[in-house]
Design a protein around this ligand. Sequence first.
Ligand SMILES: Nc1ncnc2c1ncn2[C@@H]1O[C@H](COP(=O)(O)OP(=O)(O)OP(=O)(O)O)[C@@H](O)[C@H]1O
Ligand SMILES: [Mg+2]
Ligand SMILES: [Zn+2]
Length: 477
Amino acid sequence: MNPKDNAMNTIEVYNARLHNLRNVRVSIPKNRFVVVTGVSGSGKSSFIFDTLHKEGQRVYLEASGISHDSFGWDSFDYIEGLSPTIAARQRTVSSINPRSTVGTTTRLLNLLANVYAQEGVSASETGRDRGREDRLPGMFMFNSPHGACPQCDGRGSVTEVNFRHLWPDASASLEQWHDLAYRFPNKTKEAKAYIAGRLDNFAAAYGCSTDTPFSALSEEARSVFLTYRPRRTQSKKEKPLIFYGVEVVIEEKIKKIDFKRFPELQIKRACPSCQGYRISRQAFDIRLENRHIGELCLMDALELKEFIARYRASRAGSPFTNHILQEMARKLECLETVGLSHLNLYRETPTLSGGEAQRLHIMSHLTARMNSIVYIFDEPTAGLHETEKAKLIESFLRLKEQGNTVIVVEHDESVIRRAEHIIDFGPMAGKLGGEVRYQGDYDGFARCGESLTAAYLKQKSQPVKSYRFVRDEASPS
Ligand SMILES: Nc1ncnc2c1ncn2[C@@H]1O[C@H](COP(=O)(O)OP(=O)(O)OP(=O)(O)O)[C@@H](O)[C@H]1O
Ligand SMILES: [Mg+2]
Ligand SMILES: [Zn+2]
């Protein structure tokens, strides 16, 4: 639907009064880049997120045929012309799924896996393309059972017990080492005498005593003392040594407890089987330009974009893969636009910074090509460099050009200057705020004497953020 066909080209809010809002009447032009300003605590989030976005979600559910209680109806009188809203608060955009990565959330990984399935060349069977027709994209994806490295389950790393942190000094006696193993993390239920008997068995077998320091053991004895476990099937002639190596004892105990409770005992290292590439042996063998998919997934997005561009130009290809590669190029370019081209496809989304996570979210909307949506973002440029800010502003304008409305809460001057419409809350925080002090274009705003933000833009004597201190002085509580 073209937004110009909408009967309403504004969103009209009558008497919003949630939290500190004082029955504010706001008119927001649609299909514009709108910036909401005001000191901390003045009511920006109460208006944008808790009033407008709540109602936008309700509108969306209603449009989807899901009837919804008129929740929050008493927080305003009436909102007209609102379309479905999508919002991203800075700190809460985090993925619940710990296995989600930049590649999975953008679906770039799926696209790349399709290219490998279609056009990958086996490194071990050069020249022949046997079995290409049975290749499925899942074989190249760490999050698929067909593609994941079996040793690390596609995580790329393994968590092991940091024994160095646990063991006493090498000069400590075998008995001290042994006791420590059975005491960790709590005493074992097995009888003390029984445990002592095992250590005696070891001492007898290696001609030492329980008082012998660990450091005095031979190399072979050390390895037994640490990692031995009696074999299950034995011939009747040999009498097995009944002893459990101290590391084996710990490992068995750890299986029964929540290992996460002991972060200091964990050591994470690259998976020895896949070296961090997360994929199975078969996938290692299939290459594009002699690189397997794991290598491409560890390139940063900028490098990958260049690789894909070169690869596209180097071959004719089928219409299907050409389309996939074009889609990849478009997404990689979007990642660059939102200032995320330093990330690779394997980067886990829960480890992104608040700003990075929010911009990844923005990127997914840039590529979605939806229109008539109201997008709401909270301080999206926080922490960005001027050149990165400029790119992000461009991406907002692009979202708008696709037929959407973009509303951002921002303190940043370079963003405020680009606003097509400004809504300023104030004058102060809490009960001393909650009013709309200005709504209109930038020029009018800069001339407006009633807003602290506008006054700042005129003077530019101190950063806008310093107004955050106003809340403490003005807050009635
Ligand atoms: N859930 C709530 N219940 C009661 N009061 C609230 C609630 N949320 C916010 N407020 C109060 O309403 C006022 C406006 O808060 P709001 O979060 O809208 O400010 P803001 O302009 O978004 O500030 P900031 O720039 O710090 O995000 C503040 O005085 C705040 O303490
Ligand atoms: Mg806020
Ligand atoms: Zn692995």
